[in-house]
Design a protein around this ligand. Structure first.
Ligand SMILES: C[S@@+](CC[C@H](N)C(=O)[O-])C[C@H]1O[C@@H](n2cnc3c(N)ncnc32)[C@H](O)[C@@H]1O
Length: 222
């Protein structure tokens, strides 16, 4: 998924300045990958998740507090596979202006967010937060309106996971595969141009099992 983000962004050369991360969890790994592919990090980042504890994790990383998440493995990967200086990416990302917002994507976004972003990023949210298709569609509808015309849209989904296992907890999941995802997004108001859909085989780890792969959808908002 990080390789897919980097390849798409390097090929299409977007210059996003205002990015929103939808249900970003406790991590900034996708934003590090995006920044690695850009000449500069987005100037303003609105980072959302329903869980304040996740936002606190991100805040700890932003301020380099003791005990903050350690991205050493990702830095090594970025250095080796993206030929970038990962410390430069991290510094550029930390220098952006950040808003950490506890937000429930069951709700329609505030008016100030509609069309306000030139990049929208969301990874492993919709399909892993619910196994109910109507609920998953409502999540997409709620973030479909965030990007203005031609906004960069970067999304990732677990593929073919009826359920997956995270740290011993079975998580019911909406099955996603690459043949349906473009129409699924379009039906909820997120039509994409210049679309690239890349699927990577799943690498099951000792803590996360049960999915066949990862589908990354990149495009620009029609
Ligand atoms: C599988 S995690 C993915 C997190 C992150 N995007 C990543 O790639 O690591 C799903 C995230 O969705 C968040 N989430 C679940 N339901 C949500 C909702 N209704 N509104 C906002 N965030 C939600 C969870 O707190 C969790 O951080």
């Amino acid at each position: 998924m990080m390789a897919a983000i980097i390849a798409y962004v390097r090929e299409h050369e977007p210059r996003p300045s205002r990015l929103i991360e939808v249900a970003g969890g406790p991590t900034v790994f996708s934003l590090l990958a995006l920044t690695a592919a850009l000449p500069a990090a987005p100037e303003h980042i609105v980072f959302t998740d329903i869980a304040p504890s996740n936002l606190q994790e991100v805040d700890d990383w932003l301020h380099d507090r003791p005990g903050a998440f350690d991205y050493t493995h990702l830095y090594e990967w970025l250095g080796a596979h993206a030929q970038v200086d990962p410390e430069r990416c991290a510094a550029a990302l930390r220098d952006a202006s950040w808003e950490l917002v506890a937000f429930d994507w069951h709700d329609a976004p505030p008016a100030a967010w509609i069309g306000a972003f030139d990049a929208v990023s969301s990874h492993f949210f919709v399909e892993s937060a619910t196994s109910d298709e109507a609920e998953a569609r409502a999540f997409v509808r709620n973030y479909a309106s965030l990007g203005g015309r031609d906004a960069l849209v970067l999304l990732s989904f677990l593929q073919h996971a009826d359920s997956w296992d995270c740290d011993g907890f079975p998580v019911a999941s909406l099955p996603v595969h690459e043949d349906m995802i473009e129409a699924f997004l379009r039906a909820e108001g997120l039509a994409l141009d210049d679309i690239a859909i890349q699927t990577a085989a799943g690498r099951q780890s000792s803590t996360v099992t049960g999915y066949a792969g990862v589908v990354t959808v990149s495009g620009t908002r029609s």
